[in-house]
Design a protein around this ligand. Structure first.
Ligand code: HEC
Length: 293
């Protein structure tokens, strides 16, 4: 048997078995690549993977990083970061991101177990590199992907991924694979906060600010709940008015949130389309974080 992996998973085509074997035996991988949701503009990412359970995924807007024990998420716009334990669930969630799909197997114990079907296609030359196409259908999540496996390195140079009605494309401009355990370099995954960055609690980080909430209310609840219109005596045009219909720390028990789920004609915004899930989540998180100004 050529590859150790092929013994356990006889259905994998050789280039894919080779790719998974290469990923599992690498000590360190770094990739610089363009990633895009089809129909949107691309983002440049830098991904580094190390052992054990170390990673960093960075873009212009921030990064997510694990030193093997703790997960740090840094957001540039607010110059703040959160710090949470790297649980198995948090690791699994990271490896499922469409942004890291082809390379995440590096962090997984038995990546082949997640694959339902895989078929090798043609070999092509992409930007000067010979690549073999392998189409992979995952067991979960309705994910179908075409991997472009580099003939020389054995691992993916890029991939196309389809999940639901979303399509993604990733294409590496730089790809480095190290196999010497001496190159694992755990110290390069040690977190150091960017200049002046503040640590925030995860709940507060997820919560929209009052300004975000007010914008949503202005867009959806006016003119009915303005200072000169006050339907049901409620003014949602300012903080005190909003505060009167929320219970800080208890979104579900807040009149404002209940009104979004009231039945029939009393559902808010009255006579209009319901709030988007994202808008409602912003308000819920803000209330649960204390409904602060
Ligand atoms: C088109 C006008 C209109 C819009 C838009 C509207 N409301 Fe209302 N709202 C009303 C009226 C009228 C009432 C009085 C109760 C009724 O008629 O159902 C009311 C009642 C309420 C109540 C009191 C329910 C109770 O008895 O506890 C809340 C809370 C509320 N609205 C929140 C909102 C929020 C939040 C939005 C925006 C997301 C919104 N409304 C958008 C007209 C509107």
């Amino acid at each position: 048997m050529l590859f150790g992996f092929a013994a356990q998973t006889p259905n994998l085509p050789a280039p894919l078995a080779n790719d998974l074997a290469k990923l599992s035996s690498a000590s360190n991988i770094s990739v610089i690549y363009k990633f895009r949701v089809v129909g949107e503009s691309p983002t440049e990412y830098k991904l580094s993977l190390g052992r054990p359970k170390m990673f960093k995924l960075a873009s212009d807007t921030g990064f997510v990083q694990s030193d093997g024990k703790t997960l740090y998420t840094y957001t540039k716009s607010s110059n703040s970061f959160t710090e949470t334990p790297l649980t198995d669930e948090a690791l699994a969630e990271f490896t499922k991101k469409p942004e890291v799909f082809a390379w995440a197997a590096f962090l997984q114990k038995e990546p082949a177990n997640d694959i339902a079907v895989a078929r090798a296609g043609t070999t092509r030359n992409v930007a000067g590199n010979d690549v073999t196409e392998v189409e992979v259908t995952m067991k979960k999540g309705g994910i179908v992907s075409t991997l472009y496996l580099d003939k020389k390195l054995g691992i993916a140079r890029g991939y196309a991924l389809k999940q639901g009605d979303k399509q993604y494309l990733a294409a590496a401009s730089e790809l480095t694979v190290k196999t010497d355990p001496a190159d694992a370099k755990p110290e390069s995954f040690a977190f150091s906060a960017p200049d002046g960055a503040k640590k925030v609690e995860p709940a507060a980080a997820a919560a929209g600010s009052y300004a975000d909430v007010q914008t949503i209310l202005n867009d959806n609840c006016m003119p009915c709940h303005s200072a000169n219109n006050m339907a049901a005596g409620i003014d949602l045009s300012n903080y005190n008015g909003v505060k009167a219909v929320v219970t800080p720390g208890n979104a579900a028990g807040s009149r404002l949130i209940m009104s979004l789920h009231a039945s029939g004609g009393s559902r808010m915004p009255k006579g209009r389309a319901p709030l988007s899930a994202a808008s409602e989540a912003t308000i819920v998180a803000w209330i649960n974080a204390g409904a602060k100004k």
